[in-house]
Design a protein around this ligand. Structure first.
Ligand code: COA
Length: 717
């Protein structure tokens, strides 16, 4: 069978997805059983290889010779589909290894999903599979499908067989997988390969993405996911594959119930579901909020080329749906195309006098099939649009099938994506079928067509931007590690935090720590006036909120008075309060660079307007580690306050390159030091060049456990 080039991690999957022979171990004599249904589906689908039923209690299953064991089969066996009770699965795995079977699909349930002994059983199963160099889908899955004509394998127990097509389908839920297969068939979407992943004990979504990356049989990947096993790897692989083929995901679990308590700005600003959204967007993966939406998108992606831009033309026979389509397009960031004077003049000639020839082109209710044909052909000559939506509401007097034929006969001239919408009670199944047979997506509502188009424009936009590089900035990682290891934590002392930033090349203003007014005055002389004095203590996170910062101190007396006043209000050396004397940095804009650690996705980086505005304005943007140089550049440019950073009303702007460089440093820092749970560099003063930009304050919390009881609440005045 045809073998595409695959990356190392996906090697071995051909035995599972393109086997030359399959043994069904647990092929039951009983009709209404899973083992038997799999045999039936393999036969009904006309599997191209050999099938060997295995069952020690049967000589014949489904009119086929049945083998008492794998060992009794004299031919080689590539893949074993396992449907024996869970107590027997380990034995079958051993038997498979002895027989030289390379792939297992374990349908049997009762493993990790039931916890305790099931989880232990699964560990032993995986250990066996790995030890013998096999690959395994499942356990607790519904099986796999490959519709390629050279394979035609339906090794599931699903009732619905899919149509042949170009979709690679990954489902983390078996039950939903069955629904998805029948729904895909109902809307005319064809599947190349389908995988019910079950517990993902060995083969993961990441492996499948890699397997399909260079596989011509798969042109579009759809995923129903409930969790990410290895988000960092997902980021790396999805980023790559999404540039080559669209990946659409329904990720279940959008609610933020159970959101973590967090005590840094970054932690408080990062919500769980937003992180999923961020990760997917960062990788160019399109997120659908429901299975229905996934099909809405897939119908367009599977049949139409990607649009070159956001300009939409609409041809309709009803005003209302035309307006709905226009609203939906504009709300989703698409643009209504302006048709050229030549186009509108030609339309005026060809259409009824009552027709509206501007976009949306309204043919009016009495439009005949030929009006659709002519209008689409005329519009097709216009270069001023990137995609066309054709809407048809079925008036009783018009034959919907004929309209569908007219549309189908004209759309080939468009040479850009065309999406259709057939509305109304008399929707005409034949009309819909005709359009689908012609390779057009057909929707019931204009909003669906607009949503699909908007998703395609996003995808095209992602692909047209150059892929970024993961840049490894220079850093003294060993020095930072020593600081972390010696920290008494959980909040690092200001000196420790500074040492870490310094190790990663952040620009820092001159600063010294002092325990008394006298020490602070000495420090100020060394540093040079004007200075800032900041009270620091593990007890408070936000110095400004407790009134712990004194700015622009110009004399020794001012420094001394500030320290005495702060000691009186917040405590002195005996209460663990110390004073950081720092060079006063003038000018520039305050921004925040931060990172917190998501339990599922790892470090999440944040950038936004900083200082006291960080939490009030919430003008921030996120990326999941690791970020590329492109991510860093985009982060500093996509906040709402970008104009402030670039300089308004004659003000000089900040050096945005310094900011993206600092984000790359932060990215490496959190990647190197997994002990860092949260870090806020806030404010980072974004000056007009590198020499005037400084990380003037930083808080770092060590530890993977939940943050200590909210210190900033306790300390608020
Ligand atoms: N090798 C080959 N066949 C064997 C065997 C072995 N080592 N041990 C038992 N068998 C045969 C049995 O003889 C039986 O055949 P028979 O029906 O002709 O007697 C067949 O395997 C099935 O065994 P049985 O004991 O009848 O099990 P079952 O059919 O009740 O259940 C499962 C088997 C796998 C279906 C069940 O354990 C299970 O896990 N069900 C849930 C599956 C599921 O939901 N998966 C997730 C979907 S999303």
């Amino acid at each position: 069978m045809k073998k595409p080039k695959t990356k190392s991690a996906a090697r071995g999957l051909d035995a599972i997805f393109r086997p030359r022979s399959i043994a069904v171990v647990g092929a039951s004599r009983e009709r209404a059983t899973i083992g038997r249904q799999i045999i039936r589906n393999l036969l009904d689908g006309e599997y191209a290889g050999k099938i060997f039923p295995v069952n020690p209690k049967a000589a014949v299953v489904n009119s086929m010779k049945c083998y008492p064991s794998l060992a009794a089969i004299s031919d080689p066996v590539d893949l074993a589909i396992v449907t024996v009770p869970k107590e027997k699965v380990l034995g079958v795995a051993d038997e498979s290894a002895r027989k030289g079977v390379k792939g297992l699909v374990v349908i049997t349930a009762g493993f990790k999903e039931v916890g305790g002994a099931g989880a232990a059983l699964e560990r032993r199963l995986v250990e066996k599979v790995r030890r013998h160099g096999m690959r395994m889908v499942g356990p607790n899955c519904m099986g796999i499908i490959n519709t390629e004509p050279t394979c035609r394998m339906n090794a599931t127990f699903a009732a619905a067989a899919p149509l042949e097509g170009g979709i690679g389908f990954i489902s983390q839920s078996g039950a939903l997988g069955e629904v998805i297969l029948s729904d895909a068939r109902a809307v005319g979407l064809g599947v190349a390969m389908f995988v019910s992943m079950g517990n993902k004990a060995d083969v993961s979504a990441n492996d499948l993405l890699e397997y399909w990356e260079n596989d011509d049989a798969v042109g579009l990947v759809l995923m129903y996911l409930e969790s990410f096993g290895n988000p960092a790897k997902f980021t790396e692989i999805a980023r790559r594959i999404a540039r080559k083929k669209p990946v659409i995901t329904v990720k279940a679990g959008r609610t933020t119930a159970g959101a973590r308590a967090a005590s840094s700005h970054t932690g408080a600003l990062v919500e769980r579901d937003v992180v999923t959204e961020t990760l997917l967007e960062q990788c160019g993966v399109i997120r659908a909020s429901s299975i229905r939406e996934m099909f809405t998108y897939a119908a367009a992606f599977a049949t139409q080329p990607l649009p070159r831009g956001p300009r939409v033309a609409i041809v309709t026979n009803a005003g209302g749906p035309g307006i709905l389509a226009t609203d939906a397009c504009v709300n989703l960031g698409l643009e209504m195309a302006s048709l050229s004077p030549e186009t509108t003049a030609a339309l005026r000639k060809a259409l009824r006098p009552e027709a509206s020839v501007e976009n949306p082109v309204d043919l009016i209710a009495s439009a005949a099939p030929r009006h659709y044909r002519e209008a689409i052909r005329i519009v097709a000559r216009d270069r001023g649009f990137d995609a066309l939506i054709v809407i048809f509401v079925t008036p009783i007097v018009i034959d919907a099938l004929e309209v569908a034929r007219a549309i189908a006969s004209a759309v080939d001239a468009v040479g850009r994506p065309v999406l259709t919408c057939f509305m109304g009670k008399e929707r005409s199944d034949e009309g819909v079928e005709e359009l689908r047979l012609h390779g057009l997506p057909v929707y019931s509502f204009p909003e669906e067509a607009a949503a699909a188009l908007a998703a395609m424009v996003r995808c095209a936009g992602f692909r047209s931007r150059p892929a970024g590089r993961i840049v490894r900035v220079r850093a003294d990682a060993a020095r930072a590690r020593r600081v972390v290891e010696r920290a008494k934590g959980p909040w690092l002392e200001p000196g420790e935090a500074e040492a870490i930033l310094e190790a990663y090349g952040f620009p820092l203003p001159p600063s010294r720590l002092a325990s008394s007014a006298a020490e602070a005055m000495d420090a100020a002389i060394d540093i040079g006036y004007p200075v800032v004095v900041k009270a620091t203590s593990p007890r408070f996170t936000h110095k400004t909120e407790v009134g712990g910062v004194r700015l622009d101190l110009r004399t020794a007396d001012e420094v001394g008075a500030a320290v005495k006043d702060l000691s009186r209000r917040l405590g002195g050396r005996d209460e663990g309060v110390r004073f950081q004397v720092q060079k006063m940095i003038r000018g520039g804009k305050e921004v925040i660079l931060g990172a917190s650690r998501d339990p599922q996705f790892g470090p999440v980086l944040l950038f936004g307007l900083g200082g006291i505005y960080a939490e009030t304005l919430k003008d921030t943007t996120l990326r999941v580690h690791p970020i590329t140089d492109r991510d860093a550049r985009e982060m500093v440019r996509e906040i709402r306050g970008r104009a402030l950073l670039e300089g308004t009303r004659g003000e000089r702007g900040s050096d945005l390159g310094v900011l993206s460089d600092a984000l790359l440093r932060l990215d490496r820092l959190v990647g190197d030091l997994p002990e860092i749970a949260e870090i806020d560099v806030n404010p980072f003063i974004a000056g007009r060049d590198a020499a005037s930009s400084f990380a003037v304050d930083c808080r770092i919390r060590i530890g993977c456990a939940a943050p200590p009881a909210a210190p900033r609440q306790a300390q608020r005045r």
